[in-house]
Each structure stands twice: as C-alpha cells, then as structure tokens.
Design a protein around this ligand. Structure first.
Ligand code: PMP
Ligand code: GLN
Length: 382
C-alpha cells in the first residue's frame, strides 16, 4: 500500500457525519446546505436525463458548460476566459487532484496555508511535492509578508490558495492577494486558486480572483464548483480554468482520474450559470440570514463567535467562550452527548494546530440551527 494513504485517517467530515448519524445529532459539521437550491436547475437535470445523452461526455466537458463557465467569469468577475481554457471535472475535489498531479514534480516545493482544506496536503505529498506551510492564526487569519518571504524560495514551484477560505471564513482582500501575486511572480511559481466559495461573501464584500492580480492570469489554475454555486453538493460538478498550456497539462491528469462527468448534470449547470445578479444576491441574503441567526443564538449562550466574511461556515473560539476543553474533545462530546456535530479546527492543521476553535456550518433551516445552538450550549456547560 502507498503509505501516504494507508497512514491517513478517514476525513474529519466523514468521521463527524458518521457520528452524527449514529447518535441522531444535528449535523453542523460537514458543509452542506439543507436549503437554497434552485428548482429550475434540478428540473433541467431531470429533463436532460430523459432527453439527452447518457453516455460519456467529451473529456474536457460539454461545450455548453465550458462556454457558460467562460461567460460567467466574464460577467461576474471581469475575467477574460475562452471556453478552451475550461476543463469540467467531477467536483472541485477532482480538479484539485488533477491540478496537483499535473503541476507538481517530485522535489518541487509547494506553499500552502494552514488551516488547510483536507484534500491539499495528501495530494501534494502523493505527487512528491515538499510542503512549505504558512500558518494563519485567529482572530485575523491574515497573510503576512514575513511568513510569505520565509515560505517562498528558489525551489518553489506552486502555491495552493483558497479564497474565500474554508475553514476560517475569511475573504482575503486585494492587498493580501497582491502580496501573494508578487511572491509568485518573483519566484516564477504557479498557483492553484481554489475559489469554490467565490459567490458566498457577505456584508457587501467583493470577491477578487487571484487570477486577476498582476502577472497571475498566465500562471493560475482557478477552481470552481457548481456544488457551492447551486447548493447541490452531491452533484460533484466542478471545473478548472487555466491558460492553454496549463489547461492542456491539467486535462492529461483529468483524463485518467475520471475522464468525464455526468452530461445531464453538466447541461443543467450550464443553464444555471446564466442566472443574473439577482440569483446571487438572493442566495447571499439567505445564507447571511442563517449566519446571523446562528451567530446571535451562540452569542446569547456566551460563545465567542469569530467574524464570518465568506463561505457558509462560522467559527467559535472556545477559550474566549470560557470552555476549558480543546476543540477535539469538545466536538467528540457534543456529537455523542448533546446532539450536535461540529468540526474541530485542529483537523485542518498539519503541524502546530490552533486547538481552541470549532467550525460550524450555518447553511441550515431555523429548526436545525435552533437544535444546534441548544446542543452546543449544553456541551459548553458539561
Ligand atoms: N475546496 C474547498 C475549499 C471546499 O470547501 C470544498 C467543499 N467543501 C471543495 C474544495 C470540494 O468541492 P466539491 O464538492 O465540488 O468537490
Ligand atoms: N468541503 C466540505 C466541508 O468543508 C466537505 C466535503 C467533504 O466531505 N469532502 O465541510
């Protein structure tokens, strides 16, 4: 067996979702919404299942979806993207794997930010990359110049970046993006920018793609996910957008991971991506209301809630909430004894974890949130 995978535990999301099922707990752990998907996109998929091909889609994706992705980024983010720069994948997870396998050679140094989304590090190690970790800490989770200067070096080949950031719920702003871009350009490094949360930003904040920063268009693989845009996480339709040489290399890895993605779902996503600004405004308002409901309920129970600028997660700081136990012990107890699953932030660190922060998914209806708040309040008093 390959020791990189043989030595890994099952992901923290599966672990706590399994415990939630076993103990009948409400699940504020793994990130998936229980409201908010557009019925017309689901109906379009059902129609496409009956009326369109159910055989292999073209390897790089249905032309209609590749065009829709290019149009979407032109309209919403001002990016000049041609359809042949788009490769459709089975979720952002596959896009990450294909990008890492295609871009990293054994011995290449790869800069990563921790807390990090769980898929990044094992795939970098499997590709033979040498991780260089930049550690972000609460409450600001800021990217600092000194930390970048230390992580980037002569052998840096790639940076893997995520914005808006899971699990910290930060939206990195233009200043931090430009700083990162300067380091990439100076070291002639490539970037994988995981932007799956690009539409989930709150309180009037504006998302900027790393690909739009000076010198980055020609060196960035931008990753997106219909699972996040349409609250249809089970569909696993994602994509990568990259300059032609990178898109070519990417597609060579993609062709042996999954080759192609369900054509009917692609057709429905293509239709959905044509939605205008109203859809996104409505979506953000719905999620922001859920965020505020959870934050207010937790605040009333004495929890210290950290700001949630983007994604559908918010974090609580246990130490500042007067909870003595660490994040893992708290989450294990909450799911087993007080009926609510959450994710300990330490699971997102490869080394020197922050151990007093817990991540909660707020993309839930009122009743689920109320039960979650009540369970967390009881866990706090244990
Ligand atoms: N990257 C990040 C930062 C995510 O949060 C997620 C899903 N939560 C993914 C990738 C995976 O996306 P998908 O479900 O489309 O594979
Ligand atoms: N990305 C989701 C989260 O952060 C989980 C996805 C998964 O379970 N692989 O909760």
């Amino acid at each position: 067996m390959n020791p990189i995978f043989a030595g890994l535990p099952t992901t923290v999301f599966e672990h706590f979702s399994g415990l939630a099922r076993e103990h009948g707990a409400v699940n504020l752990g793994q990130g998936f919404p229980d409201f908010g998907w557009p019925d017309d996109v689901v109906a379009a998929a059902a129609e496409a299942l009956r009326t369109q091909s159910n055989q292999y889609a073209p390897m790089r994706g249905l032309p209609a979806l590749r065009e829709a992705v290019a149009d979407h980024y032109r309209a919403h983010q001002g990016l000049e993207v041609a359809p042949d720069q788009v490769v459709v994948t089975s979720g952002a997870t596959e896009a990450l794997a294909a990008a890492i396998l295609a871009l990293v050679k054994p011995g290449d140094e790869v800069v990563l930010f921790q807390p990090l989304y769980d898929a990044y590090l094992p795939m970098v190690l499997r590709a033979g990359g040498v991780p260089k970790l930049v550690r972000l800490t609460p409450p600001d989770w800021r990217i600092e110049e000194d930390a970048l200067a230390e992580a980037f070096g002569e052998r840096t080949r790639l940076v893997i970046f995520n914005n808006p950031h899971n699990p910290t719920a930060r939206l990195f702003g233009r200043e931090e993006l430009e700083l990162l871009a300067r380091h990439c350009v100076a070291r002639d490094a490539l970037a994988i920018s995981d932007e799956v949360w690009e539409h989930l930003v709150f309180d009037g904040r504006v998302f900027h793609s790393l690909a739009a920063m000076p010198g980055m268009a020609e060196r960035t693989v931008k990753i997106g996910s219909a699972g996040k845009i349409f609250s249809l996480t089970g569909w696993k339709v994602g994509w990568a957008v990259a300059p032609p040489p990178l898109a070519d290399a990417f597609s060579k890895a993609h062709q042996f991971l999954t080759f192609s993605t369900a054509p009917n779902l692609q057709a429905a996503v293509a239709q959905g991506l044509a939605k205008g600004a109203d859809y996104y405004a409505g979506m953000r308002a719905g999620f922001a209301a859920a965020r505020d409901r959870l934050a207010a309920g937790l605040g009333a129970e004495g929890f210290a809630v950290l700001p949630a600028e983007g994604t559908y997660f918010l974090n609580v700081d246990l130490e500042h909430s007067g909870v003595a136990s660490g994040d893992t012990a708290f989450c294990e107890q909450a799911v087993r004894e007080t009926g609510v699953a959450a994710i300990p932030l330490s699971a997102f660190y490869a080394e020197a974890p922050v151990t007093s922060v817990v991540r909660l998914c707020f993309a839930k209806g009122e009743e689920v949130l109320a039960r979650g708040i009540e369970g967390l309040a009881r866990a706090r008093r244990l």
